[in-house]
Write a protein that binds this ligand. Sequence first.
Ligand SMILES: Cc1cc2nc3c(=O)[nH]c(=O)nc-3n(C[C@H](O)[C@H](O)[C@H](O)COP(=O)(O)OP(=O)(O)OC[C@H]3O[C@@H](n4cnc5c(N)ncnc54)[C@H](O)[C@@H]3O)c2cc1C
Length: 299
Amino acid sequence: MNPLNRLVVRTLPLVPKAVVRRIASRYVAGETLDEALALVRSLNAEGCMATLDVLGEDVTREDETEATVVAYEQALAEIAARGLDSNISVKLSALGLKLDPAHCRRQFGRIVAAAERHGIFVRIDMEDSPVTDETIRIFFETRERYAKVGIVLQAYLRRSAEDARRIAAVGGNVRVCKGIYVEPPSIAFQDREEIRSSYVALVELLLSAGSYVGIATHDPLLVERTLAVIGRLRLPKQAYEFQMLLGVAGTMRRRLVADGQRLRVYVPYGDAWYAYSVRRLKENPSIAGHVVKGLFLGN
Ligand SMILES: Cc1cc2nc3c(=O)[nH]c(=O)nc-3n(C[C@H](O)[C@H](O)[C@H](O)COP(=O)(O)OP(=O)(O)OC[C@H]3O[C@@H](n4cnc5c(N)ncnc54)[C@H](O)[C@@H]3O)c2cc1C
């Protein structure tokens, strides 16, 4: 990141919320389920599938998890009622994983039961390393009673190859991503190329074992390298899908869809849009330009 962008990242908390909202609106579908569903409909019309994410991560009280469960139950019912091509992605910390894993399991169980009623797939997002083990454990437990559940592995974690082997052994459905949290070198690769190599190796390991893989990246090199693996393994397009975040790498997304690739867009929505937007902006290489433009366009 160049020095100007670094400065902007550091001063982002000082940028008025209204400005952040405007420049970040491309990353978030809106505050309401209706806005999110309208966006999913337009993505479906473009040939993209979707996954809905109700924004809201670490909670500080168990009762805060209730709204998230209800929001997912409503989302699942509406996806089914409107015949949309979308599944859901869930962060277990929003259900209290870091407060009380038993409470989290109960709340997640309610979401899974609603998904099962509508036959909709549930992806468990992967969060920071203190919860990796418990997240994978909950994935395995859930899979015992509902097959349409998937997990995420992060290529930067040194442990991921071992996790991939365990999950591939049961034919688990895995999204592979680079990983977004800051993790220490003792457990995570730091070098760009090492992370890329780990990413391609994970995708190859999982696909070779017959797992369905969500290839979640906007890195053109990784798209190219994973397509080479897929070509070498002679896999049909139904064996995997690409996944991208809303508002990122639109040109590459359209090119992949035009090539007949399955592609799913991650669609976040909800009240907690601010924290998510700031995280996306911090990752954006042209953040300074966007923020300055946002400030000049006024509130
Ligand atoms: C569908 C999906 C689900 C994910 N789920 C998880 C998860 O469960 N757990 C987790 O830890 N991480 C998750 N991630 C985030 C992921 O781990 C990476 O942090 C993120 O995708 C950036 O990595 P990249 O592979 O796109 O490569 P990068 O090298 O970071 O990005 C490649 C290029 O994409 C563009 N780009 C990337 N981000 C932005 C942005 N915000 N704005 C504009 N351009 C951008 C840039 O041009 C950049 O050069 C997910 C990502 C996706 C796409």
